[in-house]
Design a binder for this molecule. Structure first.
Ligand code: AMP
Length: 441
C-alpha cells in the first residue's frame, strides 16, 4: 500500500507549532495596523515573466529556485507559463502597477503574510515552502521611510521574543554608480579567478555582484581585499545612505555596516539590510531582510516609482523563539462530560452554549464511561470539567476544578459567567508566569 509523505522540503505545521505561528501572525498584523500598513493578498503564482523581469534572469532565485508550474497540458512556446511566488515584492508591485495605485496618496504602505516557494536544496532553515511577513512602502524615495521599515522589522523581532537582533546595513548604489563599481569588482575578481570555486567563476561571468553574497569560506580572504560598493557610491547614493544612518540613529536602532550584503535579487537599489542573531550569521540564518527597489515598478511596466520593503522569515523566527520559550498548545478552559454516556446531545448543547459565550470549551462526545471522559479532559489540559448528571433536570451541573481537585454544584444559567471569571484569572496567571520567564532571560 502506498504511504505518502509531505513533499521534500515542505512540512506539516501541526497544532503545537501553529500556536507560535498564530502568535507571530497576530503580532505582525497588529504592528502593521499600528504603523499604517494595509493588508494585500496577491496570487500564490504569477506569470513567470513577472519574476524573471523583476528578480533578474541571472539570479539563483530565478535560475535555480523558481517553482515553475503549468495547468494540465498548458505550456507557452514549450515553456511553463506560471511560477509559484518565491517572494512577495514582485507580485505586490505588479498589483500596484496593474491597479494604478500611483494615484493614491503616496507612499502606499502594504503588508502581507503567507507562504513562498523556492525549489532550493532543502536543509536546516531552508524549505521549499516557507512563510514570510512582508512590508512594502511604495512611492517615497526615503531615506526616512527606509528607517521606518527597518525599525518596524526590528520591533517585530523584539516583540516576538528574539532576545538579540543585529541589523546589518549596506548601500548598493544605483544605476548611476553601480555599473562602474561592477566593472572594478569584475576586474579585481578576474585577477584572482584561478582561486575561485567553479560556481563563483560562473557567477563572475553572469552576475559578479553575487560573488560577494557567497558564504563559501574559501572566498573570505579573497573578498576581504575586494573593492567595496560603499566606497564607490555616487553623491546622491552616499547622501541617501548617510541620511538613513542618521534617521536610524535618531530612532536608537543600532546597525552594523555590512559591505558584503548585496541581496540576491537584481531589483535592489541603495538600501540593503538583513537581520541576524549575533553569532549566528551563516547562510541559512538571516531572520529577514529587505531593501530599496527604485527601478522595479518601471521594470514591470509602470511609471518610475521608488519603493522599499522587507521580508521576515517566519519559519526561522519560530525556530529561534521555540528554543527560548516553548509555547503551549491552546487548551480548553472546560470540557463537558457526563455520567450518562449516551447523552451526547446534552453535552454538545452545553458546550455550544459556552462557546457562544466566548469560552474555549470542549465536549466529550464519545460514548464512554465518566472516568474515561474525565481522564480525557485532563489530558487536553482543561482547567475544569462540567459534569452533567441527574441534577440537569433541576437546571444544575457539577463544576469540577481539575487542577484543585474540588467540585461544586452550579446553575446552568450561571455557568458561562463562572467560567469566564475563572478563565480571566487563569489568563492573568499565565501572563504573570510569562512575564517572570521573560524577566529571568
Ligand atoms: P530573502 O529575500 O531571500 O532574503 O528572504 C527573506 C527571509 O525569508 C530570509 O531572511 C529568511 O528568513 C526567509 N527565507 C528565505 N528563503 C527561505 C527558505 N528557503 N526557507 C526558509 N526561510 C527562508
Amino acid at each position: 500500500m502506498a504511504r505518502f509523505q509531505a513533499p521534500r522540503g515542505t512540512r506539516d505545521l501541526l497544532p503545537a507549532q501553529m500556536a507560535a505561528w498564530q502568535r507571530l501572525r497576530a503580532l505582525a498584523e497588529g504592528l502593521a495596523t499600528r504603523y499604517g500598513y494595509q493588508p494585500i493578498e496577491t496570487p500564490l503564482f504569477e506569470d513567470s515573466a513577472v519574476f524573471e523581469r523583476a528578480i533578474g534572469a541571472a539570479t539563483d532565485v530565478v535560475e535555480k529556485e523558481l517553482f515553475r508550474i503549468a495547468g494540465a497540458g498548458e505550456t507557452r512556446d514549450g515553456d511553463v507559463r506560471w511560477a509559484l511566488r518565491p517572494e512577495a515584492t514582485a507580485g505586490i508591485v505588479r498589483a500596484f502597477v496593474e491597479h494604478g495605485m500611483h494615484t493614491l496618496p503616496q507612499p502606499v504602505r502594504l503588508t502581507t503574510f503567507g507562504p513562498m516557494f523556492r525549489y532550493d536544496r532543502p536543509q536546516a532553515g531552508r524549505y521549499r515552502q516557507f512563510w514570510q511577513w512582508n512590508v512594502e512602502a511604495i512611492g517615497d524615495q526615503g531615506p526616512a521611510i527606509d528607517a521606518e521599515v527597518i525599525e518596524l522589522g526590528l520591533a517585530f523581532l523584539r516583540d516576538a521574543g528574539v532576545a538579540q537582533v543585529e541589523v546589518q546595513l549596506n548601500s548598493i548604489g544605483d544605476a548611476a554608480c553601480r555599473p562602474a563599481y561592477i566593472e572594478r569588482l569584475t576586474e579585481y575578481l578576474r585577477g584572482v579567478e584561478d582561486r575561485l570555486p567553479p560556481l563563483e567563476r560562473q557567477r563572475l561571468q553572469t552576475n559578479p555582484l553575487r560573488v560577494l553574497d557567497s558564504k563559501d569560506p574559501v572566498l573570505a580572504p579573497i573578498l576581504a581585499d575586494a573593492p567595496l560598493i560603499a566606497d564607490h557610491l555616487c553623491a546622491e547614493c552616499a547622501a541617501h545612505y548617510a541620511g538613513l544612518r542618521g534617521h536610524l540613529e535618531a530612532l536608537s536602532v543600532p546597525i552594523r555596516p555590512a559591505p558584503q550584503i548585496v541581496r540576491g535579487l537584481d531589483y535592489y537599489t541603495r538600501t540593503a539590510f538583513e537581520y541576524f542573531v549575533p553569532g549566528r550569521e551563516g547562510q541559512q540564518q538571516a531572520l529577514g531582510g529587505g531593501g530599496r527597489y527604485d527601478g522595479l515598478a518601471e521594470l514591470l511596466g509602470g511609471r518610475p516609482t521608488p519603493g522599499v520593503g522587507l521580508a521576515i522569515g517566519i519559519d526561522r523566527v519560530a525556530a529561534v523563539i521555540e528554543e527560548a520559550v516553548p509555547t503551549a498548545a491552546s487548551r480548553p478552559v472546560a470540557v463537558v462530560v457526563g455520567a450518562d454516556a449516551a447523552a451526547t446531545g446534552d453535552r454538545l448543547r452545553l458546550a455550544t452554549d459556552l462557546r457562544r459565550a466566548g469560552i474555549a470549551a470542549g465536549a466529550d462526545l464519545a460514548t464512554r464511561k465518566l472516568a474515561r471522559q474525565l481522564d480525557g479532559a485532563a489530558r487536553l489540559g482543561a482547567h475544569f470539567a462540567v459534569v452533567v448528571g441527574d441534577e440537569l433536570a433541576d437546571g444544575q451541573v457539577q463544576l469540577r476544578d481539575l487542577e484543585a481537585g474540588t467540585q461544586r454544584l452550579v446553575n446552568v444559567v450561571d455557568l458561562a459567567r463562572e467560567l469566564q471569571r475563572a478563565q480571566a484569572s487563569h489568563r492573568h496567571g499565565q501572563a504573570e508566569q510569562r512575564g517572570a520567564r521573560a524577566d529571568s532571560r
